[in-house]
Design a protein around this ligand. Structure first.
Ligand SMILES: O=P(O)(O)OC[C@H]1O[C@H](OP(=O)(O)OP(=O)(O)O)[C@H](O)[C@@H]1O
Length: 183
């Protein structure tokens, strides 16, 4: 279990984005290519690890949460909400600010309302800026967050709630090291 993910992480090249050591991996970038077996491995691990009791929506963020969300949605039959980086101006749309280690922008949530019970999933948590923005947007709607899970955790970001990670990594200027797994 998770052998493919661990192997792909240990083979990930690292590049500089400003001062930030950015690792390049199929799950976090879709580059160089995403093997179905790797996606399946991650979907199975997420199904095993998440609290899905009475959950009626999965929330992911554009862009690199989408493929994980689709796999997870098809495995669980729970509908998927994609938080977008552009506004639609629909009634009830919630806008929040997102900052990561190398970028800033706005996120727009539609399709979640008071009374919903949701899980948030994403590819990676690094500074925690994206998850904090998603939690804050869902808080505005009045929906309940049942669980939060990312495939890869790097660093010790505080998102103000428990966070499940499938693997934890350390990233140097030249390589990725897997330091823990959920197994
Ligand atoms: O913990 P953080 O510092 O917030 O970093 C994690 C976020 O960074 C990436 O998203 P990004 O906004 O770069 O967009 P992308 O998914 O389109 O690559 C990644 O997909 C996470 O959502």
């Amino acid at each position: 279990m998770l052998e493919r993910l661990i192997h792909s992480l240990e083979a990930s090249p690292v590049m500089k984005r400003g001062e930030y050591n950015y690792f390049i991996n199929p799950i976090t970038d879709g580059v160089p290519l995403l093997e179905p077996a790797l996606l399946r491995e991650i979907g199975c691990a997420m199904v095993r690890n998440l609290d899905l009791n009475d959950v009626d929506k999965i929330v992911v963020c554009e862009a690199m949460g989408i493929h994980i969300g689709v796999a997870f949605s098809m495995m669980t039959d729970i509908p998927l909400v994609v938080v977008r980086k552009r506004p639609y101006g629909l009634p009830g749309e919630v806008a929040v600010h997102q900052a990561t280690g190398y970028s800033k922008g706005e996120l727009y949530l539609n399709g979640v309302a008071a009374g919903d019970r949701v899980v948030i999933i994403d590819d990676v948590c690094s500074t925690g800026g994206t998850l904090r923005a998603l939690i804050s947007a869902i808080g505005v709607t009045g929906a309940e967050i049942a669980d939060i899970c990312v495939v890869i955790g790097r660093g010790d970001a505080d998102i103000g709630r428990p966070l499940k990670t499938l693997v934890k990594i350390e990233v140097s200027e030249t390589q990725v090291r897997v330091v823990d797994t959920c197994l």
